[in-house]
Design a protein around this ligand. Sequence first.
Ligand code: NI
Length: 165
Amino acid sequence: MPKAGRVEVAYHDQIAPDAAVADREAMASSTTVLVSRRESFNAAHQLRDPGLSDEQNQRLFGKCANLHGHNYVLEVVVAGQVDPATGYVLDLKRLSDVMCRQVIQDVDHSNLNTDVPWLEGCIPTAENLVMAFWARIRPELPEGSLRSVRLWETEKNWAEVADHA
Ligand code: NI
């Protein structure tokens, strides 16, 4: 450490660091910031109610009743105040890890109708999938921080669960 007499001269701009931290904390605690992470996966599905006949399923779901695949994109938004120590609302690496562990590793390169135990009994529409994903992601994040989970099935179609409270 330099002697006290030099500190005032050499570090003139930082003579009140406590005030700067207090300013940052005041700003951070009064502003909600949204952050988001995207992950993608590829999966097959067919829209089919096992309680109905093939003909009824064809009538209800059309071509979607046939087995086919999508390049899905999962987008998760988290809201909170910026931690003055890190500058983060949430480390997005941590959010990515939660998405991969809770959802992506189970659904990627799978048949969503048959391969994923926690989707059993679910007609794998984007709506039903995104509700299941929300339920698996929310408990892994800080209380009240999950704002929305959006699933893009194609570039034109998405479904979302959101909590705008
Ligand atoms: Ni489809």
